[in-house]
Design a protein around this ligand. Structure first.
Ligand SMILES: *[C@@H]1O[C@H](CO)[C@@H](O)[C@H](O)[C@H]1NC(C)=O
Ligand SMILES: *[C@@H]1O[C@H](CO)[C@@H](O)[C@H](O)[C@H]1NC(C)=O
Ligand SMILES: *[C@@H]1O[C@H](CO)[C@@H](O)[C@H](O)[C@H]1NC(C)=O
Ligand SMILES: *[C@@H]1O[C@H](CO)[C@@H](O)[C@H](O)[C@H]1NC(C)=O
Ligand SMILES: [Zn+2]
Length: 553
């Protein structure tokens, strides 16, 4: 009956369309068959239909804000959780994926929020390499370029030492702290490489991948990224390195434990070289299987390298589906092992953890997988918070860039976010989640360019590609700001709207490490706590004047 009523109303509405509200026309919802409209409506109204419900909710929020004391203690530990491609729409849709509109992901309970601007020196919309340089070393640079200033172009074979940027992991090492990197992608991929590599091009991950111009030039100083992970000064000090990507560490004639050959052509086995090098200074272990991680004895391990796949780690949904949980670690497993390794250090630690496949799923228009990877990312953050003390550990959660992913239409409350939101003017259903571009185009339109129908069965498929307006083999990033969520000492520094490169400098400020530490220590003694947020720009200007002064001397 209800459905019928809605339907007649919709028809009537078309007849009088373009009436009172042209911008928010009543959508033509012939409610999708999976929605039990009456049920949902009445249950929500019983609670949310009263003034008190909303007033209490608002008052509780304000009470929490008033309670929160600003923590201005020196941070002993810093953890940066980077959700690659974790746009704000992805965060919102993941709440639905985990149970409903009111769900809060763990990092949404953090004490302070801000927004970061993600453009790079030469691009409005950035990639993961230039953004990694910004959020790890505090300097914006060029698209595809890692750990080098924008003076260096992405195909350049040479650079000066003064063009090198160092990440906050190096700043931490210089201050005697332990460091580590964790990712679900190849360990030589852009985000983790931002912590240790200096490469004009992010794709130069093994010797054969370096451009022929730079490989054959006599003056080239290009070294592949996998090699840099074994021999760069900062990489040599990493206590824990966990991710995927054996393909860039082995020669084409050598196989990993799972029988997959490498891509190097220089005859080197960099995993063996890593073991030899680190065993000179401590006890080093190499893991390739989840069971080894589960049985990790941190007292017997000084350096840990884990590479669990030939390429990226598998999507969590595929691991679960193929029943590979005993073999393939998930982000929570990697995070647990890394924190166990680093917690034993007296001077504290700095850890980078990347949920790297949120981005890959979006590039394929696999909306379900992207939300599932985000859910796992949130669980890893929750675990990190449980394993550390928030009085002395600053956790910052952010993203490198957004994606052209929208959460749209006027779906009813509690509607399954992975399904349809209504019908278009063509009377065909459209999804709540869709993309401005990407490979999903092929299933959005039929061969005549007419929007294709969707069947209920489609939606249970875990690799379903969601609709895309422009055909592109890989969906693109987007240019709007990303969220920054902070908890722990000095988390209030992360309030407001700022450039992405402020993030590592503010984190370093909280721990009193890095190039700004001395200046900051002097200034804080004269500043009141409440002025904390305004100290940063003043200090940066002060720092600039000081360095100009140094140059003149
Ligand atoms: C290195 O610095 C020198 C002196 O400033 C400059 O002439 C040269 O072009 C620089 N090289 C590169 C590759 O940027
Ligand atoms: C580069 O090296 C080759 C062989 O070592 C040599 O013949 C050639 O002259 C060099 N070119 C330059 C520009 O130095
Ligand atoms: C490494 O691979 C190259 C081919 O890519 C091969 O010519 C060479 O013999 C291999 N080296 C070793 C030590 O296996
Ligand atoms: C679209 O698919 C649904 C479900 O399979 C079906 O009921 C409907 O008739 C189809 N619509 C068109 C226009 O083909
Ligand atoms: Zn991407």
């Amino acid at each position: 009956m209800k459905t019928l009523k809605f339907f007649t109303f919709s028809v009537f509405f078309i007849a009088i369309s373009k009436g009172e509200d042209d911008f928010h026309p009543k959508p033509l919802i012939e409610i999708a068959p999976h929605i039990e409209l009456n049920d949902v409506d009445s249950r929500l109204r019983d609670l949310e239909g009263f003034n008190e419900y909303w007033n209490n909710k608002a008052q509780n929020y304000i009470a929490d804000q008033l309670k929160s004391n600003l923590n201005t203690k020196k941070a002993k530990n810093l953890i940066l959780f980077l959700g690659d491609g974790l746009s704000i729409s992805t965060v919102a849709a993941t709440r639905m994926y985990l149970g409903g509109e009111e769900v809060e992901l763990d990092f949404e309970k953090f004490s302070h929020y801000g927004l970061a601007k993600t453009y790079c020196v030469d691009r409005q919309v950035s990639d993961s390499a230039c953004t990694a340089t910004a959020f790890l070393s505090g300097v914006k640079n060029n698209y595809r370029s890692l750990g080098l200033t924008a003076n260096v172009l992405s195909n350049q074979c040479n650079f000066n030492d003064s063009d090198i940027t160092y990440s906050m992991l190096k700043w931490a090492q210089d201050a005697g702290k332990a460091t580590g990197i964790v990712t679900t992608t190849r360990i030589t991929h852009a985000t983790p490489a931002g912590a240790y590599a200096h490469s004009p091009h992010r794709e130069w991950e093994n010797n054969a991948a370096i451009s022929s111009t730079c490989r054959n030039s006599n003056t080239s100083r290009i070294v592949d990224i996998a090699h840099q992970l074994i021999y760069n000064e900062e990489a040599q000090k990493f206590k824990v390195i966990l991710g995927g990507g054996t393909r860039h560490f082995l020669n084409t004639t050598m196989q990993n434990e799972e029988g997959r050959a490498g891509e190097r052509t220089d005859g080197r086995n960099l995993i063996d070289e890593w073991l030899q090098e680190r065993n000179k200074i401590g006890k080093a272990k190499y893991f390739w299987h989840k069971q080894q991680l589960d049985e990790l004895n941190v007292d017997d391990t000084d350096y840990l390298l884990g590479l669990f796949e030939h390429d990226h780690l598998m999507y969590r949904l595929d691991v679960v589906n193929a029943r590979l949980q005993a073999q393939e670690p998930m982000l929570t497993d990697l995070t647990r092992a890394a924190i166990k390794m680093l917690k034993k250090e007296d001077n504290g630690f700095v850890l980078l953890v990347e949920g790297g496949r949120i981005d890959h799923a979006h590039h394929s228009n696999y909306a379900r997988k992207s939300l599932d990877e985000t859910a796992e990312f949130a669980r890893a953050i929750e675990l990190a918070k449980l394993m550390t003390n928030e009085e002395e550990t600053l956790i910052v959660v952010t993203s490198d860039h957004s994606h052209v992913f929208t959460y749209a239409g006027y779906p009813l409350r509690k509607n399954d976010v992975l399904r349809t939101a209504g019908r278009g003017d063509d009377r065909m259903p459209y999804e709540t989640l869709s993309y401005a571009n990407g490979p999903g185009y092929d299933r959005t339109f039929d061969e005549n360019g007419v929007r294709a129908n969707m069947t209920e069965d489609d939606f249970s498929f875990r690799s379903r590609r969601y609709s895309a307006m422009v055909s592109l083999s890989s969906e693109t990033h987007a240019g709007e700001d990303v969220g920054v969520y902070a908890n722990g000492p000095w988390s209030h520094l992360f309030q407001g709207s700022y450039e992405q490169n402020v993030i590592p400098i503010a984190m370093a400020y909280a721990a009193k490490i890095g190039p700004y530490a001395d200046i900051i220590l002097e200034s804080t003694t004269t500043q009141s706590m409440a002025n904390g947020i305004y100290i940063m720009p003043v200090l940066l200007i002060f720092g600039l004047i000081l360095s100009v002064f140094k140059i003149l001397l």
